[in-house]
Design a protein around this ligand. Structure first.
Ligand code: ADP
Ligand code: ADP
Length: 234
């Protein structure tokens, strides 16, 4: 079952008179419930591509549909609603530093208009899900990198998204912490059936958790398929 469909997706930037084609005619299908990896060197176009999946960046041409909804044809309230269903975690966590763990996790619930009791209940569930029990009142500056990313994951899951986008989500973490975050993502994928799309420059991340992978070079997908086939040893 296709959840995300990209057709001839292209994004050009013009920078001091020069045109850069960041994403160049990409066709991809991402299935419901899979962990899909996009790997490539810096500058390959990965983050531009993933930002078009939640409408943070508009395509120059081509289309992105998520669950049948064409992302580039919507705006305003409809786009904000669609974005709740395609949430994202980041390399540098993007937490609010003046708010506690539970306040950070609660924020998307407040924005969505949930009442106080519903928020408190949902925050408790999310804290348990990501293993942060006992750290609810801590501030981000008091947390390790791995704990900060757990807050990012809990916040991203608050409004029960259909898709979790991960933008180099483990690149700021040491190898051991990386593995614990990848284990958490795998368990969330299994338990909730959540579709995960991640971008990375690290082969280890792809091999450890992805079912399928696309390899990007200079804006194009140059290889695509099951991880075991794409990266089989010669
Ligand atoms: P990756 O995530 O694989 O490192 P990016 O999508 O960040 O790749 O970048 C792809 C290309 O697009 C690069 O040449 C980059 O410099 C360019 N690019 C990305 N964002 C912008 C922007 N906002 N303005 C101009 N050029 C950009
Ligand atoms: P780690 O323990 O994972 O190394 P850091 O404390 O170094 O995490 O922070 C990771 C990122 O968060 C960095 O990009 C850093 O600049 C940013 N950061 C850390 N503290 C603050 C703060 N008080 N305000 C804004 N950004 C911060």
């Amino acid at each position: 079952n296709t959840l995300i469909n990209l057709q001839h997706l292209t994004k050009r930037f013009s920078r001091s008179g020069n045109e850069v084609t960041a994403v160049d005619g990409v066709d991809l299908n991402i299935r419901e419930g899979e962990i899909y990896g996009i790997i490539g060197y810096s500058g390959a176009g990965k983050s531009t591509l993933i930002r078009m999946l939640n409408g943070l960046e508009q395509p120059t041409s081509g289309s992105v549909t998520v669950n049948g909804l064409e992302m580039s044809s919507i705006s305003g309230a409809e786009l904000r609603k669609a974005r709740q269903k395609v949430s994202m975690i980041f390399q540098h966590f993007n937490l609010l530093w003046s708010r506690t763990v539970e306040e950070n996790i609660s924020l998307p619930l407040e924005i969505a208009g949930a009442d106080k009791a519903a928020r408190a209940e949902r925050v408790r569930e999310l804290v348990r899900l990501v293993g942060l029990e006992g750290r609810e009142k801590a501030y981000p500056s008091e947390l390790s990198g791995g704990q900060k990313q757990r807050v990012g994951i809990a916040r991203a899951l608050a409004n029960e998204p259909r898709v979790l986008l991960c933008d180099e989500a483990t690149s700021a973490l040491d190898p051991e912490t990386t593995d614990s975050i990848l284990d958490l993502l795998t368990s969330i994928n299994r338990r909730l059936g959540l579709t995960i799309v991640l971008i990375t420059h690290e082969m280890h991340v792809i091999r450890k958790i992805c079912h399928r992978v696309a390899v990007m070079e200079a804006g194009k997908v140059v290889e695509e398929g099951d991880v075991l086939q794409v990266f089989k040893s010669p």
